[in-house]
Ligand binder design. Structure first.
Ligand SMILES: [Zn+2]
Length: 229
């Protein structure tokens, strides 16, 4: 990732000094300007303790390079510097920092929460399916096979109308749809389709396999259950 780091120098004070100017030789033309360093990135702002000074001659309006400073100027600089009131230093983060830090965390937590919720829902559903009783309704994602190749698939519901040892009897809903989110009306009166016989142990593992059906081979997977009220 590329981002820009920028140094800023904030003015924090200035002072006229009476020393003789190393450039033009006049008296009372020198001014010390003090700056405090601030470092900014798109995510943070750091005010440092670092103070720099610039010496300017008002006569010639030029900056006097530190190599030309006399000891006297140096002393002025150090004395004045020690009297300065600095901006409070430290590192501050802006909203972007929190944004890039927090948003992915929330997304991750959200993802974990969602998959736990999903897992829980699945486990609860599986427990409900295992304890199926007459009157319960299950949604089945069903694939019809013809000569061992897939013919069609879609969703339908079945109502459990009987359980006899290892066999479960299911009555199909009038509707069969391969539309996502098709709205099935689950009132008892709408279960007017075929009655099928399936294996109870397989049913408890979410699988509905029609047997004894030479003309209508299918396999189905239970995706939802509605317990009898
Ligand atoms: Zn000067």
């Amino acid at each position: 990732m590329y981002y820009q780091v920028t140094d800023f120098y904030d003015p924090i004070g200035q002072k006229e000094i009476s020393s003789k100017c190393p450039d033009c030789g006049s008296q009372n033309c020198l001014e010390l300007h003090f700056y405090q360093k601030r470092i900014e990135t798109p995510f943070s702002k750091k005010v440092s303790k670092k103070v720099t000074g610039v010496l300017v001659c008002r006569n010639t309006e030029t900056e006097i390079s530190p190599v030309l400073w006399t000891n006297e100027i140096e002393n002025y600089f150090n004395t004045e510097k020690s009297k300065l009131k600095l901006h409070s230093t430290g590192l501050k983060f802006n909203k972007w920092f929190y944004f890039i830090l927090i948003v992915p965390t929330l997304l991750i937590l959200g993802g974990i929460g969602y998959s736990m919720w999903e897992h829980n829902t699945y486990m609860n559903q599986s427990a409900s399916i295992e304890n199926s009783a007459v009157g319960d309704k299950v949604m089945v994602m069903q694939t019809f096979l013809e000569k061992n190749s897939t013919k069609s698939y879609g969703n339908t519901w079945y109502q459990i109308i009987g359980i006899d040892s290892d066999t479960i009897f299911l009555k199909q809903h009038a509707d069969f749809s391969n539309e996502d989110g098709f709205d099935f009306d689950l009132e008892d009166k709408n279960f007017t389709g075929e009655t099928i016989k399936a294996s109870l142990p397989r049913f408890k593992e979410r699988s509905v396999m029609g047997f004894d059906y030479t003309d209508m081979k299918f396999s189905g997977y239970i995706t939802d259950i509605q317990k009898k009220e």
